[in-house]
Design a protein around this ligand. Sequence first.
Ligand SMILES: NC(=O)c1ccc[n+]([C@@H]2O[C@H](COP(=O)([O-])OP(=O)(O)OC[C@H]3O[C@@H](n4cnc5c(N)ncnc54)[C@H](OP(=O)(O)O)[C@@H]3O)[C@@H](O)[C@H]2O)c1
Length: 104
Amino acid sequence: MLEFCGRHQILITAYSPLARGRIIDDPTLTKIGERHGVGAAQISLAWTISKNVIAIPKASSREHLEENFEALKIELSEDEIAEIDALDKERRLVDPGFSEFDRG
Ligand SMILES: NC(=O)c1ccc[n+]([C@@H]2O[C@H](COP(=O)([O-])OP(=O)(O)OC[C@H]3O[C@@H](n4cnc5c(N)ncnc54)[C@H](OP(=O)(O)O)[C@@H]3O)[C@@H](O)[C@H]2O)c1
């Protein structure tokens, strides 16, 4: 879908780009984060942005808000992006029904 949308100049928005907080203990994201001195959440956002996908994380604390803005400055290496690309894409961490989206 990313490839198709890129070809047709369609921007994608990642709802729940932190899987509603469920990615913060991911070992791969945590390991890469340690290299950059940041948490897994910020690595998830940096990877999302590296794909030219808009990320709209929710954060209820100032600390998380600031961390998420800082993610804009993280430059992942090609190897790091490839390592995240290789994670199991069949594993769905959040699966909100469409009725939830209808409520806006
Ligand atoms: N219109 C719709 O139907 C629809 C559907 C889905 C999502 N959305 C919107 O999309 C946005 C996404 O929110 P979401 O809750 O679904 O998922 P999300 O952004 O993937 O996850 C939010 C969770 O991640 C935590 N978090 C945020 N920044 C963090 C950080 N730097 N480090 C560690 N944890 C962090 C938050 O904790 P804290 O709150 O404690 O900071 C919260 O528990 C929201 O604005 C939501 O309203 C809209």
